[in-house]
Design a protein around this ligand. Structure first.
Ligand code: PMP
Ligand code: GLN
Length: 426
């Protein structure tokens, strides 16, 4: 057997070789776009108290804040997570047994999936989906079963609430092999905020078929009024079967800090702890301490408009509205997001203005986003990355734009898009 054959990627990793993030972050380095609206991260400063906490820890007197801390989560951080979430879920979270701190929401998701999904178990995944779910399920030996959100209207004023699941199709995916359903609300990339009624439908099916719900809520603080983030763990009968995931990167606009968490009843958390204790064991202590201190500051002003959990949506709203307007004025048909910080926009009306034949990718959205980055100088993300092989067609007409960017960079993106469109229309 040749070396190449012997050491090929194990088959259980399926399509895991290709990652839109690896490819598009490399493209950002190669193309040097004038504005990067691709990967989701703010290009401006996190709240000052957050970065100051880390600086103070670095310069401080306590040497132990630079050594290993408790494996399942730094004590000060899990205590604060319990204080933040207990009132939101209407029960006293036990910081020791019901919370796990992980290496970003990524690791919290991975520990939940690896800890609960067994060989041959089926996992229901709602498309478009944050791409790593598929890989994580397959690497656990599970079988993803996909169902796509589809726009119920196709006019010029589509909002993320128009993207819905077919209830009969959803019900048909449940059977005695189903172990888990993965929910993501607010949703990446559509910005959909699932309504109580939609969550009830999902919850009733999970209860009927004794299925776990893994709820990825990393954008929980970014929900635009009048929409409201509802935690599925708070629905009747759901606490005992829900694992909820959050992210410090999203909560405090410090995506590079890579700390996340999961919370659930102790019986469900045990499986996550087993995975975590053997592959990560403990996460970065000074970063956990800084996040704990940041939570303390926000908790002290929780009911004021200055609390970051209350102010971030107001910061994001004009950015969303500006980008929606620019996109509409320049031939795109954006889905207006009710939450999160991405806009998915249909570009098919621009197809006659852009020659995609020079790009060799299989899917049109990859060709469009690459050509658009080269011509307009604005980098975006191709949404087929968020679909299973069999449903990629559903994502091909779209591009994903990230709007958690400085106003001046959004203005620049707006000008570049206008210039590109004007040149193409001349
Ligand atoms: N889930 C979703 C839906 C995301 O968009 C992201 C990206 N931040 C993650 C999980 C991972 O978050 P983290 O950076 O905390 O690992
Ligand atoms: N969640 C972010 C996004 O969707 C970052 C993804 C990543 O770094 N893998 O863009």
């Amino acid at each position: 057997m040749s070396i190449a054959d012997k050491f090929k990627l194990p088959a259980r990793y399926g399509a895991g070789e290709k990652s839109v993030w690896v490819e598009y972050i490399q493209l950002a380095l190669e193309y040097k776009p004038k504005v990067n609206l691709g990967q989701g991260f703010p290009d401006y400063h996190a709240p000052k108290h957050v970065t100051k906490a880390l600086a103070d820890i670095s310069n401080g007197e306590n040497p132990l804040l630079h050594q290993y801390t408790r494996g399942f989560g730094h004590p000060r951080l899990v205590q604060n997570l319990a204080k933040v979430y207990s009132p939101l879920i209407g029960r006293d979270l036990d910081p020791v047994n019901e919370i796990l701190v992980g290496q970003g929401a990524y690791e919290a998701l991975y520990s939940a999936i690896l800890g609960h999904v067994d060989t041959g178990d089926e996992v229901i995944v709602i498309e478009p989906f944050f791409d790593c779910y598929d890989f994580m399920i397959r690497s656990a030996g599970g079988i993803p079963k996909f169902i796509a959100l589809q726009p119920k209207s196709s006019g010029d004023n589509v909002s993320s609430a128009d993207w819905v699941l077919d209830e009969a199709e959803l019900a048909s995916l449940f059977n005695n092999k189903t172990k888990m359903l993965i929910l993501n609300t607010p949703h990446n990339p559509l910005g959909k905020v699932f309504t109580r009624q939609e969550l009830e439908t999902i919850a009733n099916l999970c209860k009927k078929h004794n299925v776990l719900c893994l709820s990825d809520e990393v954008y929980e603080w970014m929900v635009f009024e009048p929409h409201e983030h509802i935690r599925i763990a708070t629905l009747p009968g759901m606490w005992e079967r829900t694992i909820t995931v959050g992210s410090a990167g999203k909560t405090f606009s410090v995506t590079g800090w890579k700390i996340g968490w999961a919370y659930a009843p102790a019986g469900l958390m045990r499986n996550l702890q087993v995975v975590h204790q053997n592959c990560v064991y403990t996460c970065c202590t000074p970063i956990q301490e800084a996040i704990a201190q940041s939570f303390e500051i926000e908790l002290a002003r929780r009911d004021t408009p200055d609390c970051y959990f209350n102010s971030i949506r107001g910061e994001l709203l004009p950015k969303r509205d500006y980008l929606v307007k620019v996109l509409r004025e320049n031939g795109f048909n954006p889905t207006v997001p009710d939450g999160g910080y991405f806009i998915v926009a249909d570009w098919t009306q621009l197809e006659n203005k852009i020659d995609l034949s020079s790009e060799s990718d299989k899917y049109k959205d990859y060709r469009f986003t690459k050509k658009f980055a080269k011509e307009a100088g604005v980098l975006t993300i191709p949404p087929t990355a968020f679909y299973s092989e069999e449903h990629k067609k559903l994502g091909e007409n779209f591009a994903r734009f990230c709007f958690i960017k400085k106003d001046e960079n959004l203005q620049l993106a707006g000008n570049l898009i206008k210039e590109w469109n004007a040149k193409k229309s001349a």
